[in-house]
Design a protein around this ligand. Sequence first.
Ligand SMILES: N=c1c2ncn([C@@H]3O[C@H](COP(=O)(O)OP(=O)(O)OP(=O)(O)O)[C@@H](O)[C@H]3O)c2ncn1[C@@H]1O[C@H](COP(=O)(O)O)[C@@H](O)[C@H]1O
Length: 105
Amino acid sequence: MTDVLTRLAEVLEERKAADPESSYVAKLYAKGLDAILKKVGEEATETVMAAKDGVPDKIVYEVADLWFHTLVLLAHQQLGPEAVLAELDRRFGLSGLEEKASRTK
Ligand SMILES: N=c1c2ncn([C@@H]3O[C@H](COP(=O)(O)OP(=O)(O)OP(=O)(O)O)[C@@H](O)[C@H]3O)c2ncn1[C@@H]1O[C@H](COP(=O)(O)O)[C@@H](O)[C@H]1O
């Protein structure tokens, strides 16, 4: 299941050297952090609206857009999905209260 995240993260790294004219991701990198954050915010809002509409296909589509743009954000910040997956794995099996107590910030 995580294989697609790994392969997509590899493509996102490759796009750091790509021509913004030929790649959506390279164009986003060229626009910079604020443009990436704007897309994350837009996609989060579209996800909320899709959930309110309650149409399953639409929710999946918008969450995919949101995940994709957060992966672009991670790559821009020299991070990858494995760091987030490791954090989720660390929390797995903890109760909500234990997880809260384990936070340092
Ligand atoms: N998974 C995605 C993906 N999901 C969404 N998007 C793009 O994200 C944008 C979503 O924004 P919106 O819904 O607001 O649509 P829009 O109005 O066209 O967006 P803007 O151009 O205004 O930002 C669209 O342009 C989508 O095409 C994606 N673009 C690329 N990928 C993956 O990234 C890889 C690299 O893409 P390139 O860099 O374009 O080669 C591709 O092979 C895909 O695997």
